[in-house]
Design a protein around this ligand. Structure first.
Ligand code: F0G
Length: 470
């Protein structure tokens, strides 16, 4: 595939140092085999997340100096509001400090006990916010989206037949809102087509049910529509985004992704009554509606980042960088979700480690071993993240797919860095039969992947040390 050259040059550098394998082994043991508990200095190439890890542009840094830190009515808020209105068309814009707060505000306001929120796939914080409010988070991903090996252009699409059936059976009384996650992070960062968005919108609106986007990666989704969906090749990313948002009634957004900033988020909607209720809660939880938990300078950086992310050449490089890593892995036989997602390569840990059953967390074993061997940090997105007890039945849950995500920060790593990551995984693939399963020793009631402690099943120590040692 064609490689696109970085459409930027480096103005500031941040040194990174690789510690030794022995030091990494000591670090991961101390961290209870939980990659979230490492110190970041112990990581060489950090692909834990693309969230809040972007490099800001010179324009964004310059914008920080123009921060107006007035408690109320900061000029940066008005720039932020105007930018989001312009891109999304939504009338009411509510800042908050990150995406999960927008979710909490939304579900605290619209969700009653026992109601259902359909989504193509809920992200972990979205699911946790729905379940925390005693709702049911129902994933209705299309069949192609559940088939990791077969390429299809829009594997994030909602299963329309299942959605229609659910909406007919449950009706507006039990479904206060439908969500579409663009792109579909938990299902491999896969995009949703404009046709699918339009169809979901029609199904919702025929029944008087509002449609919201979880819009964290809306620009990457728009890029895929431009490059993959008939009729959009000649439209700008801004035009495509505008059409996407025109089918929805609102969105939650973590600006830490396609806002190209290190912190920030918002909720936007056309529903004035909803916005008013949410602003009331915002004051309680985050702050006055013209800052919502952010500094004036943060609002300015988001306003500028949201414009920059609409640049086609930026997106072409960004999505191309992810696709190149995916191709390197695929060519070496590593099972990945194909095609690559917009922000990450998702390794199919279930197929990489077929000898480890899902309840022994093959993805976590893969991610931990990758760290020990190379200093590259990814994250498990599988039964470790989504398992635990079913809130209704108490039975152990199993994720639909056992994945390890290598999320690529925006504008941060070079092609050499990416080649190193590819080689590290290919090396580990060669040693895969020696990897062993894991079990959780201690876990909290919600979002267990952030703070659980684990061990390898056989010895309680690092099996890698005994069997994969180079
Ligand atoms: N929705 C999606 C689809 C996300 O990917 C995230 C965050 C959120 C909501 C919550 O946003 O972190 O600002 O509160 N995803 C990060 C990730 C954490 O690594 O994928 P937040």
């Amino acid at each position: 595939m064609e490689q696109h050259i970085e459409p930027f040059k480096v103005k500031v550098v941040e040194p990174i140092v690789a510690i030794t394998r022995e030091e990494r082994l000591a670090a991961i043991r101390r961290a209870g085999y939980n990659l979230f508990k490492l110190r970041a200095e112990e990581v060489y190439i950090d692909l834990l997340t693309d969230s809040g890890t972007s490099a800001m542009s010179d324009s964004q840094w310059a914008g920080l100096m123009l921060g107006d830190e007035s408690y109320a009515g900061s000029r940066n808020y008005f720039h932020f509001e105007e930018t989001i209105r312009d891109i999304t068309g939504f009338a009411h814009v509510i800042p908050c400090h990150q995406g999960r707060v927008a979710e909490n505000l939304l579900f605290s306001t619209i969700l009653a006990k026992g109601q259902i929120i359909p989504n193509n796939s809920h992200f972990d914080t979205t699911r946790a916010n729905v379940e925390y409010h005693a709702g049911e988070a129902r994933d209705l991903l299309c069949a192609e989206g559940k088939d990791p090996g077969t390429p299809a252009p829009f594997k994030g699409n909602m299963d329309l037949a299942s959605l229609a059936q659910l909406l007919d059976e449950a009706g507006p009384a039990r479904v206060p809102l439908v969500m579409i996650t663009i792109t579909n992070n938990s299902g491999g960062g896969q995009p949703v087509s404009m046709a699918n968005i339009r169809a979901v919108s029609a199904l919702c609106h025929e029944r008087g049910i509002p449609l919201f986007f979880d819009a964290c990666r809306f620009a990457e989704n728009a890029y895929f529509i431009k490059t993959r969906e008939a009729g959009y090749a000649d439209k700008s990313i801004a035009e495509i985004a505008s059409e996407m948002f025109s089918y929805a009634d609102g969105c939650t957004m973590s600006a830490k992704k396609d806002g190209l900033v290190n912190m920030g988020g918002f909720l936007a909607t056309n529903d004035g009554d909803l916005a008013e209720k949410i602003r009331g809660l915002l004051i309680l939880m985050e702050g006055f509606p013209t800052y919502g938990g952010l500094s004036g300078r943060d609002l300015e950086a988001i306003a500028r980042g949201l414009r920059e992310v609409l640049d086609f050449h930026y997106l072409q490089f960004r999505v191309g960088q992810v696709a190149s890593l995916a191709e390197q892995l695929h060519a070496g036989g590593v099972p990945i979700i194909r095609p690559a997602g917009g922000h990450a390569v998702f390794i199919n840990a279930g197929r990489f480690l077929p000898h480890i059953p899902p309840q022994q967390l093959p993805g976590q074993s893969l991610a931990v071993n990758l760290y020990i061997e190379s200093g590259v940090r990814g994250v498990e997105i599988g039964t470790f993240m989504f398992g635990g007890e079913d809130p209704a039945t108490g039975a152990p849950r199993q994720a639909a797919m056992e994945l390890v995500r290598l999320a690529i920060p925006r504008r941060v790593y070079t092609t050499m860095h990416m080649n190193y990551v590819g080689r590290a995984l290919l090396d580990l693939y060669g040693k895969r039969e020696a990897l062993q399963g894991m079990r959780i020793v201690k876990e909290p009631p919600f979002l267990r992947h952030f703070s659980s402690t684990l061990e390898f099943v056989e010895s309680g120590g690092s099996v890698t040390e005994a069997t994969v040692s180079s």
